[in-house]
Write a protein that binds this ligand. Structure first.
Ligand SMILES: Cc1cc2nc3c(=O)[nH]c(=O)nc-3n(C[C@H](O)[C@H](O)[C@H](O)COP(=O)(O)O)c2cc1C
Length: 442
């Protein structure tokens, strides 16, 4: 859709891909100020392949989360149809592109290179790509070197697909008006900006640039609203500050370690607190059943974002207990729990197998017991079976004696004789560690 919608039509202005800079807050800021299309930072295929897609109901985003819980890519409705996902392959390039690049040896002669560049861009067009961005610099030139406008002109004249002019941030594009001049003089269809936007994203604004402090505040509001990682927020703010990074404001930003401290440095502590309160209210609503929970299949495992909250259950009741009783009533095999522990924070995640199907929460818990409870909750919520929360104790699944905390041979899971068998690996990702035993419900 992006192909048809925006990027590959003519006369658009884009935020160029920038590692660490092109995360969600910067992309939204660029869209606010008038960019038509925004690129994400460059992401690597093998890392993305390990990510899990999680619908984040609290932030109203879709997150791609790595096994170490880092959010590799976060997007939201606002940028639908306008964000370009830049993913690089570390493994193999498509064979036709590889062939093309292999047959295009670098040359130091400017005239030869121009011819060679032209043939390259035409051959790229023939592979069927929808548009091509031309940076306007040679391979061994640095971003500080002047741009070769004539190379972009030559490329634009040589192909019929849209050409996006890029590389003009340092010497050509200072204001919004310069964007149009760059597009016109380069002969390209569109313009893509990296550094000019990183320094002051209001360059996209038709109404003229805004003071840096205003741009930094607007950026920070998106970062707070979308729970951006504090280090990333700080990095982007420091890029905006440029030579003002040693100013009093710059020093305050540099000293800040958390999102709260960064907000304080920019005088946005009230906005920060109000946003935190709103997000917390959404989290609470999600936990108390106010917001619908969504199932996501991860291979053959049914997942849900569920945290086991002990305080939501009466003292002697647990979801595992309810699941065990339900399985007995249904004359099924006992639920089987498999747990892994990850090394970086020693937290736990469990899968429960019931009727040959596997269920797990995407969240990590501080203990193995809690991880098993969370997995049981996922199953019970998927199947609509009562899980024993306060108010559900009398659903008839667990007998009264047990509910009142008296020993009841056979009904509970806490006092059951645990049987241990060899662990099976849930995942082979590095940094994960199997909990050395696999516990059966009884
Ligand atoms: C901080 C930074 C990060 C960048 N990261 C990427 C990237 O992830 N992928 C990419 O294709 N180009 C990347 N670039 C190159 C830019 O997209 C762009 O081609 C280059 O900066 C020239 O455009 P400009 O003159 O508007 O800055 C990056 C540039 C900068 C300054």
């Amino acid at each position: 859709n992006v192909l048809n919608n925006a990027l590959f039509t003519h006369n658009i202005t884009a935020l160029a891909p920038m590692v660490r800079v092109g995360t969600l807050p910067m992309r939204l800021l660029a869209l606010d100020y008038g960019a038509d299309v925004v690129y994400c930072e460059e992401l690597i295929d093998i890392k993305m392949a390990k990510c899990q897609r999680v619908v984040n109901d609290v932030l109203e985003t879709v997150d791609f989360v790595a096994p170490d819980e880092r959010v590799m890519f976060r997007t939201c409705e606002r940028e639908k149809g306008r964000v370009v996902f830049q993913m690089v392959r570390l493994t193999t390039l498509p064979s036709d592109v590889r062939l093309l690049l292999d047959s295009h040896p670098p040359s130091s002669c400017r005239e030869q290179l121009t011819r060679s560049e032209l043939s390259l861009v035409q051959r790229i067009e023939q592979t069927g790509v929808a548009a091509v961005a031309v940076h306007g610099r040679l391979k061994d030139e640095r971003p500080r070197h002047p741009l070769h406008l004539d190379y972009i002109q030559a490329a634009a004249g040589a192909v019929s697909i849209p050409v996006i002019a890029n590389g003009g941030s340092l010497d050509l594009v200072k204001t919004n008006k310069d964007i149009e001049d760059f597009r016109r003089t380069s002969g390209a269809s569109s313009v893509m900006l990296a550094r000019a936007a990183m320094w002051n994203a209001s360059v996209f604004r038709a109404g003229g640039p805004l003071p840096l402090e205003t741009v930094m505040e607007d950026y920070l509001k998106h970062a707070i609203r979308y729970n951006n990682h504090a280090f990333n927020t700080k990095y982007c703010l420091c890029q905006m500050l440029r030579d003002k990074v040693e100013s009093p404001l710059g020093r305050r930003v540099q000293a800040a370690q958390t999102s709260a401290e960064i907000s304080e440095a920019l005088g946005l502590q009230e906005f920060y607190q109000q946003t935190q309160d709103k997000l917390q209210a959404r989290r609470d609503a999600a936990h108390s059943g106010g917001a619908p929970e969504r199932l996501v299949m991860d291979g053959d495992v049914t997942t849900m974002v569920v945290r086991f909250e002990r305080r939501e259950y009466p003292p002697h009741i647990t979801p595992k207990m309810f699941l065990l009783e339900w399985s007995r009533k249904e004359k099924l095999q006992q639920p089987l729990y498999e747990t892994v522990q990850r090394s970086q924070d020693r937290s736990f995640q469990s899968i429960v197998t019931v009727e040959g199907k596997r269920y797990r929460s995407t969240l990590w818990e501080k203990s193995k017991k809690f991880a098993e409870q969370a997995a049981a909750v996922v199953f019970l919520r998927v199947r609509g079976v009562p899980e024993g929360r306060i108010g559900e104790e009398d659903s008839g699944l667990v007998c009264k004696r047990k509910r009142e905390g008296q020993p009841d041979r056979g009904a509970g899971e806490e006092d059951s004789n645990k049987r241990h068998v060899d662990a099976q690996l849930l995942t082979s990702s590095p940094g994960w560690q199997m909990v050395p035993s696999l516990t059966l419900g009884k």
